[in-house]
Design a protein around this ligand. Structure first.
Ligand code: SF4
Length: 292
C-alpha cells in the first residue's frame, strides 16, 4: 500500500524552488547566508556520499548489471578508464547539491543534511541528500539533456523513466523511515537541451524549457522488498570466485551503429566479451557452437 496524499501540493514546491533560484540569483543576503551555513557541513557530507557509492551493492547501483558489479566487488581493474567527462559531471552533480538545499531553504524551511550513514541492507549504506522540515527526504539529480527531456515530455515519471533513481529513493525512505521523497532533477546542459527542443516542430522556436523537474515519490514496500532481495543476491555473488551471469547482451554497438546501453558504456566490457565468444565443443565430433 503506497501513501496517497503527498505532504504538499507539487505546485507549491515549484513556487518555492523558483523563488529560491531568483533569490540566490540576485544575491539576496539571507539566501547567501543559508548557502554559507549549509556549505560549512559539506566536506564531511561529500565524503560520506562518495564512500557510500563505493560499496557493492550500493543503493544507487543496486539495479546495475550483476556481472559488472561482481567485477568491481572483486577489485578487478576496469578494461577502460572512466572518461574524464563522466568524472567532471559526477563531481559537479555532487557539488551542486548544497545549492539546491539553499534554494529550498531560502523561504525559511528547515533543510538538514543527515551527515550520517544509515544501514540499508546487505553491504549498503543510505545517505539521503537532505531532510526538509522533518517531513520528507530530498533527492537531487543532475541528468543529461536526453534524460531530462524524457522526464519532462513522457508519461510515467521517475518510476518508469529513471528506475535506478526510483529504487535508490525507495531504499533511502526505508533506511530513514520516511513515506515521501521530493525528487528534484535538472539538465546538466540546459541551453543545449532547450535549443534542441526548439528545433522540433512540436515545440517551436519560442519553447521555454522548465529549468527544474519536481516529482513526489511515494514509499513503495514492493519495490523495497525487490531491492533488498536483489542486494542479498549481489552480496552472495561476491562470496564466489565464479562470475554470476551477465544481465545484458554484452554487445557494444547496435545494428544501427549506435552505442548500446548499458554494455557500450560498461568499463568491464572487454572481460565480459571474452566470456561470450563462441567456442567449439572440444570433445567428440560435436560441431555445435556453445556459449560460455
Ligand atoms: S558488458 Fe554488459 S553484460 Fe557485460 S558486464 Fe558490462 S553491463 Fe554486464
Amino acid at each position: 500500500m503506497r501513501p496517497t496524499e503527498p505532504p504538499r501540493p507539487i505546485g507549491d514546491m515549484y513556487s518555492l524552488v523558483y523563488e529560491g533560484i531568483d533569490a540566490i540569483g540576485t544575491a539576496d543576503a539571507s539566501a547567501l547566508a543559508k548557502l554559507a551555513d549549509i556549505a560549512s557541513s559539506v566536506p564531511k557530507w561529500i565524503g560520506d556520499h562518495l564512500a557510500m557509492e563505493h560499496t557493492y551493492p550500493s543503493p544507487s547501483g543496486v539495479m546495475e548489471c550483476r556481472l559488472n558489479q561482481w567485477y568491481f566487488a572483486k577489485g578487478m581493474e576496469p578494461d577502460q578508464a572512466s572518461p574524464r567527462g563522466w568524472k567532471v559531471r559526477r563531481a559537479m552533480g555532487v557539488l551542486s547539491e548544497p545549492y539546491w538545499m539553499a534554494v529550498l531553504a531560502t523561504g525559511g524551511a528547515k533543510v538538514d543534511l543527515p551527515n550520517e550513514r544509515l544501514d540499508c541492507g546487505p553491504n549498503m549504506w543510505a545517505h539521503p541528500d537532505a531532510v526538509m522540515d522533518d517531513e520528507f527526504l530530498l533527492e537531487f539529480k543532475s541528468v543529461s539533456g536526453w534524460g531530462y527531456k524524457k522526464l519532462v515530455i513522457q508519461h510515467g515519471g521517475v518510476e518508469v523513466l529513471e528506475k535506478a533513481h526510483y529504487v535508490q529513493a525507495q531504499l533511502y525512505m526505508y533506511a530513514a523511515d520516511f513515506d515521501w521523497t521530493l525528487y528534484l532533477t535538472y539538465p546538466a546542459d540546459f541551453s543545449q537541451t532547450q535549443s534542441s527542443m526548439r528545433q522540433m516542430k512540436k515545440y517551436g522556436p519560442h519553447y521555454e524549457l522548465q529549468p527544474v523537474y519536481l516529482e513526489w515519490v511515494a514509499r513503495d514496500e514492493a519495490t523495497i522488498d525487490m531491492a533488498l532481495q536483489r542486494a542479498e543476491m549481489l552480496a552472495r555473488d561476491q562470496l564466489s570466485d565464479d562470475p554470476p551471469p551477465r544481465e545484458f547482451s554484452g554487445v557494444e554497438f547496435l545494428n544501427s551503429g549506435k552505442r548500446a546501453w548499458p554494455c557500450g558504456y560498461c568499463l568491464h566490457l572487454g572481460k565480459c566479451q571474452e566470456n561470450i565468444m563462441p567456442a567449439r565443443a572440444e570433445e567428440g565430433n560435436d560441431e555445435s557452437i556453445r556459449f560460455v
